[in-house]
Design a protein around this ligand. Structure first.
Ligand code: APR
Length: 312
């Protein structure tokens, strides 16, 4: 008998709740909204609210709040948001001390209870947290990605669309590298439905938008006092959907690099094909010398934080 997919959401906070809402609404599968024991009743309340939402929207997904890892047994996908979000003035890297023990706890439990899941990590600092998750679980590189590039690209695309006064649907852009202030929006490949963006937006304006994108997360933290959650959740669901429906989408994701782009034993944002096989392929795109330089700088920052994690 066919069974429904099981999607485990580790962390039932702002992003976790929005993930559950999107997964249920798209009927991608049943959801386990997981949090620590102190937050179990909160997770259960959120799950119940979202199940009741289904009576109006017309979805049958079961959503269960839990703090018991047994409930995650056999999960097809895990999306990890466990951790503390940024407060105004903090960088993502400032979160290492709090989020490192949390990601280790999650990875140890996930290894035991759902070793076959395709894993999408969102917790920050992203590139280091996804690295640590893979190190602790020893999972295959095809089973794990970090969510950053889809979100950073979405931010960049919005700014470009507004500036060029065109639909955001027609903007194609990719942001690669680490999920930090030196991420790399690939201008040489940015188009408005095939039209090079440089023919429609002046250089200085583009430069300002690149800078705004790099600080895009911080801009929202400054306004809300906590991290963004709508677009981050939507980005991760696009990645989960690509896996569950074998869509073979080409998405910028933090993937484990084993020589690609000249980097080894590092997670960083690169164009990836996501399908039923998980990370099916990393696509090597030709970058300009300037972009290669920016990627090297970004990789250096990621390596710096990974080195801190390795020593902790
Ligand atoms: N296991 C499961 N859940 C945990 C654990 C753990 N070991 N430790 C913390 N959590 C839970 C918290 O109890 C909280 O409910 O993770 C949840 C995080 O939710 P929020 O505080 O609302 O944070 P959110 O905005 O969802 O962001 C989560 O994603 O983008 C990143 O920087 C962000 O690292 C942060 C993460």
């Amino acid at each position: 008998m066919p069974t429904r997919k099981k999607i485990g959401l580790i962390g039932a906070g702002n992003i976790g709740g929005e993930l559950a809402r999107l997964v249920a609404n798209k009927e991608l599968g049943d959801v386990v909204l997981f949090d620590i024991p102190a937050k179990e009743s909160f997770a259960k309340g959120k799950a119940l609210d979202l199940e009741q939402n289904g009576s109006i929207l017309g979805y049958d997904a079961r959503i269960k709040g839990s703090s018991n890892w047994e409930d995650l047994r056999g999960a097809d996908v895990l999306v990890v948001t466990a951790g503390i979000p940024r407060k105004p003035g903090q960088s993502r890297d400032d979160l290492v001390a709090t989020n490192l023990p949390i990601i280790r706890d999650v990875a140890n439990n996930a290894k035991k209870h759902c070793p076959d899941a395709f894993v999408i990590v969102i917790s920050n600092p992203l590139d280091a947290m996804v690295y640590e998750y893979k190190r602790v679980t020893g999972c295959d590189k095809s089973r794990i990605v970090g969510m950053a590039g889809v979100l950073d690209s979405a931010r960049f695309q919005l700014f470009l669309a507004r500036e060029a006064n065109v639909s955001v649907k027609d903007v194609r852009a990719m942001v690669l590298g680490g999920h930090g202030d030196d991420m790399v929006p690939v201008l040489s490949m940015t188009t408005i439905n095939g039209v090079p963006v440089t023919t429609m937006i002046a250089k200085d304006k583009l430069h300002a938008m690149v800078e705004r994108t790099r600080k895009g997360g911080g801009e929202i933290v400054g306004l809300m006092g906590t991290s963004a959650y709508y677009a981050p959740a939507t980005a991760a669901v696009a990645m989960a959907e690509a896996y569950l429906l074998d869509q073979k989408r080409l998405l910028p994701c933090a993937a484990y690099l084993d020589g690609e782009y000249g980097y080894k034993d590092l997670f960083m944002g690169v164009p990836v094909i996501i399908g039923g096989g998980g990370v099916e392929k990393i696509i090597d795109i030709p970058l300009t010398d300037e972009e290669k330089g920016m990627l090297a700088k970004s990789a250096q920052s990621v390596q710096g934080i990974v080195d801190v994690v390795k020593k902790s």
